[in-house]
Each structure stands twice: as C-alpha cells, then as structure tokens.
Design a protein around this ligand. Sequence first.
Ligand code: UDP
Ligand code: MG
Length: 343
Amino acid sequence: MFHSGAGSRCTLNAQHADYQNVQQERSVTRHPVVSLSLVVPVFNESESIGLFLRAVRQVFDACPSIKYELVFVNDGSTDDTLDSLLVAQGEDLRIRIIELSRNFGKEAALSAGLEAATGDVIVPLDVDLQDPPELILDMIVLWRQGFDVVLAHRQDRRSDSWAKRMSAILFYRIHNRIADPQLPENVGDFRLMDRSVVEALKQLPESRRFMKGLFAWVGFRTTAVNYVRPERQAGSSKFNGWALWNFALEGMTSFSTEPLRIWTYLGIFVSFMAFIYGLFIIARVVVLGIDVPGYASLMVALSFLGGVQLIGIGIIGEYLGRTYIESKRRPVYIVRNIFERKD
Ligand code: UDP
Ligand code: MG
C-alpha cells in the first residue's frame, strides 16, 4: 500500500488523511520520542556535505521528539570529504564518522553504517539530497503506527536519464521473474527501518552485499511513502553504465540460481533437436544414398553448440567466482578510524 508523503511537518501524531486507513489496520503505537540514526555513505562528496547538513537540521531541529545522530561512512574519499566532516563534527556532537580504509563501494559502506547505528529507527540516505530528509517525518508517522519498514517509493524517474530508466525497467522485470524474494520497483536504499530489521540484517553472513536484495529478504511489516526524487544538488554521480551493469549482475546472481538451471533445459532441448536431425540424416542416406556435401549444416551446428557451451560455462564461472570470494570469509569492509565525540 502506498501513501503520498507530503510536506515537512514536525508532528508525530499527524492525522493526515492519507494515513487514516493505515491507522485502522495497525493498532501498535510506539514511543513518542524517537531516537533516529541517519546513515550516510560518502565518497568524494565534500561539495555536498554542507548543503546536506543544513537540510537535515532544518527538518529535525524543529522536532524535539526526534533525537538524531548522523553516522557518516567515509568510503575511502580522495578529496577533502573527511576534513569537511571533521569540521562539521567540531560544531555538532551528533555527527559520528566511520572512516573505511579504502573505497569499498556503497553497499559495504552502508553495511558499516548500519553496524554502527544506535537508533531505534535507522534511515540510510544519500548525501546529495536526492533522498529528501523531510520525507523521514512521514516515515516516522507510519513507523509509530506499527510498520517496521517504510520504503520511499519513487513516483516517477524523471530525474534519471533515458538509458538509466530503461535499464531499471529491464532489471526489475528480469530480476523479479527469476529471483526470490521480489524487489519492490522504484525503491532504493532510502527507507526507514526499525531496530529489529537492522539486527536481522546484521545477522546475514554474506560478504558480497546487494543491499536491496538483503533488505527485501529479511521481510518485516512493510509500507511505503511516495516521493519525487530530485536531481543531485552538488558533485557528480558515482555510478556509470558499467558499474550499474555489474550491480545488476550482482543482484541477480545473489538472489537467483535460475540462470544456472536453464542450461539443463537448453541442453535437453538441443540434444533432442540433434537426435531428430540425426534420424533425418540416417533416413536420407537410406532413401537417397550417401550425400557428400553437408559443410553448411555441420558448421551451423558446431558453432551454435560452441556458443551455447561458452555462455553456459560463463554463467557457471560467474557463480563459481562468487562462491570462491564468499568462501574466503573476508570482512565486508575495514574500518581505519572512528571519530566520535563523547563530551
Ligand atoms: N557512494 C559511496 N561509495 C561509492 C559510491 C557512492 O559511499 O563507492 C555514496 C555517494 O557518496 C552518495 C551515495 O553513495 O552519498 C549515492 O551515490 P550517487 O549519488 O553517486 O548515486 P546515484 O544517485 O547517481 O545513483
Ligand atoms: Mg545521487
């Protein structure tokens, strides 16, 4: 069920018309004072940090019932992101900084942030303000009514390029056909999670972490708020076409073994066709005598089978590679330093 997330109101008891039917469904009410952890992975984002902090303070500093911490995960930035964060921390006790030893990628950075977060309610969000912080107020309203997960569902993908939109549609279509559990479409990492959900995520042992899949896998009572994803406010995107393609492969191979199984069926089909063709050739020899020419059909059959086998081996290799990496049991990330202020 989707609800429209409108405006920034600092009232946790909002009787917004959109939420009324939810209230009837769920009778759980949670404590009015919420401790909130904002988990923010950052990679070369020094331009965005100031804008981000201003937006967050504007939303939450007017809400005494929300006690929040900001867990920044510096994912091996090579610019002065860390300096900007340390300066910000000098003025704001609520900022905690987890510095990773190198760039481990957004998925690993998120895992590090979720591990460090201490709040009752945890929300991962991007630093470029593409995940509007004011939406979190609407999410909290739904959390208080008993939902454990509140997704931020994108109403449309207007702020994405055509290629990104098309590849997203294709990805969700294929993924949800072959993988279990289904991924909700047009939903990113931006979501509110109850502490129990994060504790469940922390128990998952895999070191290659496709977070969208893991989020869906743990389940829990889930609802969503709608929003329009704005453009990036500063800096530039870290995900190009090749990175997105690898991300899609990661997603599908992490949550489905269907691509391995289709080879059995394709093999049966090709063998059956070859058998029929064999019968046909024998019959032709018996009826018409020995037939010398036949290179064309031989070449076609040979190259077709060669191609099919190579694809099959490639896919098996993809899984074997993943099993190999996973079997090393390396940690998901390495923390170089933690900056926290206790005073
Ligand atoms: N990010 C990260 N590690 C990376 C790449 C990205 O922590 O290796 C962070 C980045 O700083 C930002 C968030 O992940 O806060 C989303 O990245 P981006 O805005 O580039 O992705 P897009 O919105 O273009 O998909
Ligand atoms: Mg972005």
